[in-house]
Ligand binder design. Structure first.
Ligand SMILES: Cc1cc2nc3c(=O)[nH]c(=O)nc-3n(C[C@H](O)[C@H](O)[C@H](O)COP(=O)(O)O)c2cc1C
Length: 199
């Protein structure tokens, strides 16, 4: 059975450092035989969570916009690669806004108990975080990790790996990084092979 990979670009900058790194990963996944789709969050229309808590009673979001379409795509994928540059020591507004809109899944899991992911399901669904940052500080990605962990937990995916490259200001962009794009390609290939063995 073909492995389905969904790449989600949370950068508002088209074909910049982060989307290029995501593309490297997706090219590797494609080379390993996966079916690959890339979506770019800034091309979708969705509003932030209103915090109305209606989903606590119904398990549905009262706002019927593209966030639901995106979560349906996530839930149908075997592998997700979620990409965001570091903005103000965290993720972009596009990605954070989407993660918050997944609150209806949280409500299904923890309040209504209508959604449950088995350990086996989680093992067969792998998620990667892809990011770039301008500064060279080793801990520049630390603020982003808990946010994507919340997303991956909410949608029943194992947090499989990170593909991160800092110091973009010094390199003058991802294309000048000595290893990041090749590493991303190899990780794309590898995770598809790992999942094929589990299928
Ligand atoms: C609004 C904004 C905030 C940023 N904040 C940070 C930051 O806190 N730390 C950092 O290392 N780089 C920061 N950067 C730099 C970006 O993370 C970096 O240039 C990244 O590679 C951009 O990726 P992109 O080409 O996909 O947009 C910021 C850039 C912008 C536009």
């Amino acid at each position: 059975m073909t492995v389905n990979v969904l790449g989600i670009s949370g950068s508002p900058h088209r074909h910049g450092n982060t989307e290029t790194l995501l593309d490297g990963f997706l090219d590797g996944a494609k080379a390993a035989g996966a079916t690959v789709e890339k979506i770019v969050l800034k091309e979708f229309q969705y509003s932030p969570c209103r915090g109305c808590n209606a989903c606590h009673k119904t398990g549905e979001c009262v706002v019927n916009d593209d966030a639901i379409v995106i979560f349906d795509k996530i839930l149908a994928a075997d592998i997700i690669a979620v990409a965001s540059p570091i903005y103000s020591m965290g993720i972009t507004a596009e990605l954070k806004g989407l993660i918050d809109r997944g609150q209806y899944l949280w409500a299904r899991k923890f309040i209504l108990k209508t959604l449950f992911f088995t350990d086996d399901h989680i093992k067969r669904h792998k998620a990667l975080f892809i990011s770039t940052a301008g500064q060279s500080w080793d801990h520049v990605f630390d603020g982003a990790f808990p946010m994507v962990t919340a997303l991956f937990n909410g949608v029943g995916f194992e947090y499989y790996d990170n593909i991160i490259a800092n110091n973009m200001d010094q390199y003058g962009g991802i294309k000048n990084h000595p290893s990041a794009l090749k590493d991303a390609f190899l990780k794309g290939q590898k995770v598809v092979e790992v999942l094929e063995k589990l299928k």
